[in-house]
Design a protein around this ligand. Structure first.
Ligand code: FAD
Length: 474
């Protein structure tokens, strides 16, 4: 096709898009990338990175409190939300600059524009009206927060806005039961908000191991977080008044009156919707390009991230496979190596270690107890719950939980689930062990690091439970 402008057009400058663009350019491909918001995407601008910074901030009050048990006397600490937001913004802006420069240094042309497909080879750049013809197209547009349909939804925020609130919410209602809802509940509570979580089910973190779900809810309740289960928001009314003299809205006294479907009433300063995310495919021109979507709007792809249109690929959250940054990055890398580097490989989506940055953290890899019972005939559970050493002097009542799920027939470790300080760090290393196919005997043969919390993982000798599938009578 002689009229082509670029070898690869990447739509979206987030985790998956930037990796794919840089690697493809490194193989000599002529690459253009369009980003409509800020380079770095969700993870860098309004996801993993700013969230972790806020989580760090939220843990200081515990440290100040714990210090007394270790002999420290501190002056009364005070907290300034606007200083935290400004510091976070400075770091995010620094990273955004690095992301742009890294692309440009690799030879990628970065365009600050929304990009829409006009047909299977033509990308329309809305910022300046240009049309770019591409041989290969990569959709890496990520996902966006879901909203619900109830009167007053316009008064709510999502995680997108939560990082830049002008006013610190003294009382916040968070709707949702996924990891984002729970992380924000923990961080706002740590920073001093009165937090309520409302969720339609009867416990949060569906899909995580049941013991983790229970210990997290119990710990959060002890930290003063309130849960409303089996209910959802019915309506929200705001007291916002327009100041007549200026026609401006006076937000300083903003109060929201929330009524749940079951009739409970709450007065809060903010309501945050964290009820899931959906693939960002609306208005992208995918129909015009003939790209097939699944029923929630995700781009349907094969194991090589290829859509039904052979030269159009998609990676990351827009494909709704495993919606995590390292997964998007790896899918982007595999795509670029395979299509432009002559080194085909596919992303392995099994045994992905992951963390939930609640306080304490959740770190997990592999099958939950319930999933293992479904899949294997004999399952052994090794479990321990204890007060971490630091709590002996700090007085904290938080408990640590560690659980190992083992195939009782082969001794292979199928899953490990941890609720502890630094559980995310532990999950990363456990991911290597499980990926290598470690057995429980190999865990046992590993020398402990003492004194640590993680040493429990190699000293757990006594089985807690064995589940054996009943053998059908012949
Ligand atoms: P994104 O990073 O979302 O990038 C897509 C980009 O495409 C965006 O920048 C968007 O502006 C742009 N775009 C969309 N449409 C167009 C268009 N038409 N034209 C031009 N540009 C467009 N993951 C983890 O692994 N660990 C975590 O701790 C973690 N925490 C998170 C916390 C929050 C609050 C959120 C929301 C997410 C978190 N995630 C975390 C998930 C992680 O951010 C995503 O999995 C990851 O960003 C997906 O990368 P992506 O490239 O698919 O999409």
């Amino acid at each position: 096709m002689p009229d082509l402008d670029v070898d690869l057009f990447v739509i979206g400058g987030g985790s998956g898009g930037v990796r794919a663009a840089r690697i493809a350019a490194g193989y000599g491909a002529k690459v253009m990338l369009a980003e409509e918001f800020r380079m770095g995407g969700t993870c860098v601008i309004r996801g993993c990175v700013p969230k972790k910074l806020l989580v760090y901030a939220s843990r200081f009050p515990d440290a100040f409190h714990d210090a007394a048990g270790f002999g420290w006397t501190l002056p009364e600490p005070s907290f300034d939300w606007s200083k935290l937001v400004a510091a976070k913004e400075k770091e995010v802006t620094r990273l955004e600059g690095i992301y742009t420069r890294t692309q440009e240094n690799a030879g990628v042309t970065v365009v600050k524009s929304r990009a829409v497909l006009e047909d299977a080879h033509t990308v329309h750049l809305l910022a300046d009206g240009r049309r770019v013809r591409a041989k290969t197209i990569l959709i890496a547009t990520g996902a966006k927060p879901n909203l619900a349909d109830f009167p007053g939804i316009e008064h709510t925020i999502t995680s997108n806005e939560a990082f830049d609130l002008k006013r610190f919410p003294k009382r916040i209602l968070i709707a949702g039961g996924g990891y984002i809802a729970l992380e924000f509940a923990g961080l706002f509570a740590g920073l001093g908000s009165e937090v309520t979580v409302i969720y339609r089910g009867d416990n949060v973190l569906r899909g995580f191991d049941e013991d983790l779900r229970q210990i997290l809810t119990a710990t959060y309740k002890e930290h003063g977080i309130r849960f409303i289960f089996n209910d959802v928001i019915g309506k929200i009314e705001s007291n916002l008044q327009v100041v007549e003299s200026t026609s401006q809205v006076d937000e300083s006294a903003l109060e929201l009156s929330v009524t749940t479907r079951k009739g409970e009433q709450l007065i809060v300063d903010q309501v945050m919707m964290a009820i899931g995310r959906s693939p960002n495919t609306a208005g992208l021109g995918l129909e015009a390009a003939g790209v097939a979507l699944d029923k929630i709007g995700a781009v349907k792809v094969d194991d090589s991230s290829r859509s039904n249109v052979p030269h159009i690929y998609a990676v990351g959250d827009v494909t709704n496979r495993v919606n995590l940054t390292p997964v998007a990055i790896r899918e982007g890398h595999a795509f670029a190596d395979s299509v432009f580097g002559g080194k085909p490989w596919q992303t392995d989506h099994s045994l992905i270690p992951t963390a939930v940055f609640t306080t304490p953290e959740i770190g997990t890899v592999g099958l939950t107890e319930a999933e293992a019972i479904e899949k294997f005939a004999v399952i052994d559970i090794y479990k321990t719950s204890f007060r971490p050493m630091k709590a002996t002097l700090s007085g904290s009542t938080d408990r640590t939980l560690m659980k190992i799920v083992v195939d009782g027939e082969t001794d292979r470790v199928l899953g490990v689930h941890i609720f502890s300080e630094d559980a995310g760090e532990m999950a990363q290393l456990l991911g290597i062990a499980l990926k290598a196919g470690a057995t429980k005997a190999q865990f046992d043969a590993t020398m402990a690091v003492h004194p640590t919390a993680a040493e429990e993982l190699v000293t757990l000798r006594t089985r807690t439970t064995r589940h054996e599938r009943a053998v059908a009578a012949t």
